[in-house]
Design a protein around this ligand. Structure first.
Ligand SMILES: NC(=O)c1ccc[n+]([C@@H]2O[C@H](COP(=O)([O-])OP(=O)(O)OC[C@H]3O[C@@H](n4cnc5c(N)ncnc54)[C@H](OP(=O)(O)O)[C@@H]3O)[C@@H](O)[C@H]2O)c1
Length: 239
């Protein structure tokens, strides 16, 4: 038997976000396809609906207060059980700290960190009405300070914006988990692995569908499950 829940996935018009929407939809859930561009969002919704998924469009630019408030309003009647904060940008490479334009760092943090806080806080009143609310923050192992300081560990290019934004996101995830302890809300960070998407010029070695698996796992955690953790498909990732 399937349980009908409602999820919102930001940045779901393509890449890993699209596959997270498809995967949650395949569970019989109703899925809000977050997209900052209405046309791209509607195209994704049409594709998902053609595959039998109960998808609906949610226009949402995570950097824009009014857009995020409107998205929460759109979900008010349906309610919300699961939020997947997936939308992110790299800001373009290279980003060595000695050369990076501070404006690039600001833009990346605005999307990858402040966007998550903005969307999460707008959706929290809806999530609090759900019996089993879950929040998944799509992070990256490149944000792991442990990995970054482990000689020989694969951590991607030196990056003062993208990698550091994921470190910041991880820290924020922990702070949310600490504040929300004792509620039914579970909030965790997940890394999809290196997937072939627009984000990296399709150089990734995993499929977006494989990348979506960890988000689906964290979105479907049982009551009393872990919160304030960082996982990929292989298990816990060191912060
Ligand atoms: N691909 C990887 O190897 C990899 C590895 C580790 C972590 N991740 C993480 O996984 C998540 C998904 O990445 P991806 O590879 O699927 O990237 P992607 O293909 O570039 O997709 C990113 C999505 O985010 C949306 N987006 C960007 N800025 C936005 C904004 N201000 N408001 C709303 N939506 C916005 C994009 O919309 P537009 O289409 O309008 O641009 C797009 O839908 C990200 O959090 C990323 O950091 C990816």
């Amino acid at each position: 038997m399937t349980e009908t829940k409602t999820a919102l996935v930001t940045g779901a018009n393509k890449g890993i976000g699209y596959e997270i929407a498809a995967g949650l939809g395949a569970l019989g859930w109703s899925v809000g396809v977050g997209s900052r561009d209405a046309g791209r969002g509607e195209a994704a919704v049409a594709k998902l609906r053609a595959a039998g998924i109960d998808a609906f469009g949610v226009p949402i630019d995570v950097t824009d207060d009014a857009s995020v408030t409107a998205a929460a309003g759109l979900l008010e009647e349906r309610g919300l059980d699961v939020l997947v904060n997936n939308a992110a940008i790299t800001g373009g490479m290279p980003q060595e700290p000695t050369k990076v334009d501070p404006a690039t760092v600001r833009t990346v943090v605005e999307t990858n960190v402040l966007g998550v806080i903005r969307v999460t806080n707008a959706m929290l009143p809806l999530l609090r009405r759900s019996p089993s609310p879950r929040i998944v923050n799509m992070s990256s192992t490149v944000g792991s300070l442990t990995r970054q300081t482990t000689p020989g560990a694969e951590t991607g290019p030196i990056s003062a914006a993208y990698a550091a934004s994921k470190t910041f996101l991880n820290a924020v995830t922990i702070q949310y988990a600490k504040e929300l302890v004792g509620t039914d809300i579970l909030i965790n960070a997940g890394c999809p692995g290196f997937c072939a998407t627009d984000l990296n010029g399709f150089r990734g070695v995993r499929t977006p569908e494989q990348g979506a698996a960890i988000a689906i796992h964290l979105a479907t955690l049982p009551d009393g499950g872990p919160t304030g953790t960082f996982h990929d498909d292989d298990g816990p990732v060191p912060w």
